[in-house]
Ligand binder design. Sequence first.
Ligand code: SF4
Length: 369
Amino acid sequence: MVKHVMSWSREILKLPFGTLYIGSLPLGCSLCHKGQKLVLFITGLCNRRCWYCPISDERRGKDIMFANEVQVRDLDEIIKQAMLMDARGTGITGGEPLLVFSRLIKIIKLLKSKLGSEHHIHLYTNGELLSRNHAILLKECGLDELRIHITSERSWKGVEIAINAGLLVGIEIPVIPNQLDYYKRLILRAESLGVKFINLNELEVSESNYMAMKLRGYDVKDDVPYAVKGSERTAVELLKWAKENTKRITIHYCPAKVKDAIQLKSRLKRIANKVAKPYEIVDEDGLLVKCVISSEGNMLPLLRLISEKVGKSKIHIVSGRYAEVSIAHLDEVIKLIKRSTDIKRKIKLYVVREHPITHLILEKIPLDI
Ligand code: SF4
């Protein structure tokens, strides 16, 4: 729900978890907020070494791909991951995707042909390597949004090339605290060139940039341990300034916790709802919840009895020593276990929460029988 927090013509609008914007939210961002976008990391190679780069050591400098945190090795696996979450769009990121340009074009074409031309694709780049030819090819294969992270004067050249090729161009940058003048100049320059939106991201701390942050004297917020103190304050000041000093350009502040609280959870929920078996339920975090019954001895007769009582679809008997069953029938299951005096002592019962993509058990709560 959109809340109006100010009432001038260029209002600052507010979305849950602290998102603020002036103008209209970029389409790529609104799909992201609903968890409808596949996040596709297509290479860890990059031509820059930004001190604040949050890319993990596992990915940095390596030509590897991940779709929604799952490593993928070919284009078919990318489509599989997109279908798994019923993705309405894809955000392509890196590293610097232009370094693997022919792969990038193949991926965009494939996504558009398999998932429909309305499948919304946005691409992140620092723009330094963008040539006129690249921009024309990106436009021709249907790229919907190009988001340029300004790293140098050459990135601005990339902005101009992309706009001249007819691409919808936004700028996406992390907000370094107390650099108001730099960002004000950047916003005015972007608006004068015809950039459609500026995404101001709250500066994030990761394992790989932690030391660089510390050396520069930055600290983390008390309530969000991966967000840098002062970044949000600078972004809010910029929005207030932009309200009075810009005319058309959208300015959008994206807090670090949105990624975790909205994007990731919504994405997990979409995937979980697609993969959940009849004996699993999806919780508010997008994890699969079920009961696990395990035993040191054979309990097959008991499992068959449970199956008769709760229905075949509500139990998955893996072996005579292990089964998964719906938590909706927990009381019934406990009653039946209590009655099976011969094996009762050898049985263990848990409620587990399982990740819908990796299928790792993230939480295991033992129950008294
Ligand atoms: S351009 Fe992006 S990917 Fe490359 S080093 Fe900078 S922040 Fe990291």
